[in-house]
Design a protein. Structure first.
Length: 97
C-alpha cells in the first residue's frame, strides 16, 4: 500500500508521461492485462487512457487492471489512470519512506 507521500512523488514523476495503453469498448481483457504487466515490469510507472466508448466505469477499469497486474493505482484523473508496480529487474524509482 502506498502512502500519501509516495503517491505525491509518483504523481510528479507521471505528470510528463503519455498514456501508452487505451481501454476501449472491449474493456479490460486478459491480453491487455498481460501487456500492461510487461510494460510495468519495464517502466514501473505508466498511464492508461480510457476512451469515451468504454462501457465500464473508470474506477472499475482501474481496479481490474490493478488486480490482474498486481499494481497500485496511484491516481485517476479525468479519463487517465496512473499505475505503479515495483520492477524486479529494472528498478529505477526509489520511493520516499
Amino acid at each position: 500500500m502506498l502512502t500519501g507521500k509516495q503517491k505525491r512523488f509518483l504523481r510528479s514523476k507521471a505528470h510528463h508521461l503519455n498514456p501508452i495503453f487505451q481501454v476501449g469498448k472491449g474493456g479490460v481483457n486478459q491480453n491487455m492485462s498481460k501487456q500492461v504487466a510487461e510494460a510495468l515490469e519495464a517502466r514501473e510507472l505508466l498511464k492508461v487512457s480510457i476512451l469515451q466508448n468504454c462501457e465500464d466505469d473508470k474506477q472499475e477499469v482501474a481496479d481490474a487492471l490493478a488486480k490482474t497486474t498486481g499494481a497500485e493505482v496511484v491516481q485517476i484523473i479525468g479519463h487517465t489512470i496512473v499505475l505503479y508496480k515495483e520492477s524486479k529487474e529494472h528498478k529505477e524509482l526509489i520511493l520516499p519512506s
